[in-house]
Design a protein around this ligand. Structure first.
Ligand code: GLN
Length: 455
């Protein structure tokens, strides 16, 4: 813990951490030592990590990278935090992210951007950018993230780490500061699929405090990853695995350097025995308008709780209650959060609900059905995570253009499917490229197995 805290202090310019607390970390490390001395030998015992500042924590402030929650302390730990602590991990601090997880670059944090360790003038990707930067720079061996529309997978891809968003409902959302409740999922980020399997194992499971958490036993991901496939040979551990390549993921929208790195990684999968098959996800493009209706709609509802009364920031001067609400929210929320609240309120308003929200919900179902058609032909779907390598910080000022960069991660999010980002190689400027693997529901074990064989 001391070693990693020193690295965090040394690399503050990365903006990966929003806070650390040495006293808390060392106390947890001593507790882990005591468990070890008592004979416990579980794999995560004493492993230092840090949590995206979307998870509430008793021992550290919880801000969602928003001024609205600056200085806020939760009276309880998120279930994911609680479960990882029970597994013996040591929390060093909280990690930077886009405000309320709204964004794909970490530039929307109220506390400044996180910086990509591969080139500190560039974005980490988002919204779990602090998590990706911290793991990539060796400030922690592993971290938690959350993924609503790509926020674990994108920063993992752009910072060359491994990350997995499990099936919706696998991890409890209790204590995860809500953005879009029908999409939000926790996920681990680490250097390897094996480390992700260890973390996901500890993070997953039914929680009666989250009504959408799945009452379904957790698979043994670590064993899954080490168990040979049926029919596998020594040189071909992935023999018989059919990987579907959606033609919509390999079209004009992908930069040539990214496409090349992804193709090269897929050629490695072929050498490992996998077969590549052509599939189609015909509504891929529609996932952008669908997501940018549903996610803001849910966000506008979830963020109504920040009223200056119950949590966090309150304006200093105001005339009456309404004025207090208005000033508090005007001061507390950043521009992207305000934009989402306005879009969400609009698409849910009387007269527009049927035209936007309801249509989006119908298309969401069709996007999920498209995946089921694809999975009739293959075991996993693969493609790029992002259309380009990490761009320079400050280089994108048009929010709609920024939303387009989510095209490859939104489909799995809308369908609730597990998705993973695995380091694939390098593109222009020697910058990292991620390979995305998408599985059918509850196929986290198969994703981790394939990624592990590749790594
Ligand atoms: N980039 C997407 C958004 O801005 C996804 C964010 C996320 O997954 N939290 O909404």
């Amino acid at each position: 813990a001391k070693h990693f805290l020193a690295r965090v202090a040394e690399h503050q310019q990365l903006g990966a951490f929003l806070c650390t607390d040495e006293a808390v970390a060392l106390k947890q490390a001593e507790a882990a030592d005591a468990r070890r001395a008592a004979g416990e030998a579980t794999p995560l015992l004493g492993v230092p990590l840090a949590h995206k500042d979307i998870f509430v924590t008793r021992d550290f402030p919880s801000t969602a990278a928003s001024k609205m929650l600056a200085g806020y302390r939760s009276p309880f730990d998120a279930t994911v935090v609680e479960k990882l602590a029970a597994a013996g991990t040591v929390t060093l601090g909280k990690l930077n992210c886009d405000e309320f997880a709204m964004g794909g670059s970490n530039e929307n944090s109220a506390f400044g951007p996180a910086r990509n360790p591969w080139d500190t003038a560039r974005i980490t990707g988002g919204s779990s950018g602090g998590s990706a930067a911290a793991v990539a720079a060796g400030l922690v061996p592993a971290a938690t993230g959350t993924d609503t529309g790509g926020s674990v997978r994108q920063p993992a891809a752009l910072c060359n780490v491994t990350g997995i968003k499990p099936t919706y409902g696998r991890c409890s959302r209790y204590g995860m500061i809500a953005f879009a409740s029908s999409l939000d999922q926790a996920g681990p980020m680490a250097r390897t699929a094996e480390d992700c399997a260890l973390l996901l194992q500890a993070m997953s499971g039914f929680d009666p405090r989250d009504a959408t958490s799945a009452e379904r036993p957790v698979d043994d991901y670590v064993t899954a990853l080490r168990t040979p496939r049926e029919g596998a040979t020594a040189g071909q551990p992935l023999k018989g695995l059919r990987i579907g390549l959606p033609k919509e993921f390999f079209g004009e929208g992908v930069a040539p350097d990214v496409a090349q790195a992804v193709r090269a990684a897929l050629a490695e999968f072929e050498k490992l025995g996998a077969t590549l098959v052509d599939v189609s996800l015909p509504r891929t493009e529609l996932s952008i308008p669908v997501y940018y209706i549903i996610a803001p709609a849910e966000a506008s509802s979830n963020l109504s709780r920040y009223d200056g009364v119950r949590y966090g920031h309150r304006a200093r001067e105001y005339k009456d209650l309404l004025d207090m609400y208005c000033k508090t929210r005007a001061e507390g929320f950043g521009p992207e959060v305000k934009r989402r609240i306005m879009i969400g309120t609009y698409v849910l308003s009387h007269g527009y609900y049927d035209a936007y929200y309801l249509q989006a919900q119908k298309l969401r179902r069709m996007i999920a059905d498209d995946f089921q058609a694809a999975f009739a032909q293959c075991d996993l779907v693969a493609g790029p995570v992002t259309p380009t390598v990490a761009r320079p910080i400050g280089s994108q000022t048009d929010p709609v253009q920024e939303y387009l960069a989510d095209i490859f991660t939104l489909p799995a999010s809308l369908a609730g499917l597990p998705g993973m980002s695995v380091p694939a190689g390098f593109g222009e400027g020697g910058l990292p490229v991620g390979l995305q693997l998408i599985g059918n529901y509850w196929q986290e074990g198969a994703l981790l197995h394939a990624a592990h064989a590749f790594q």
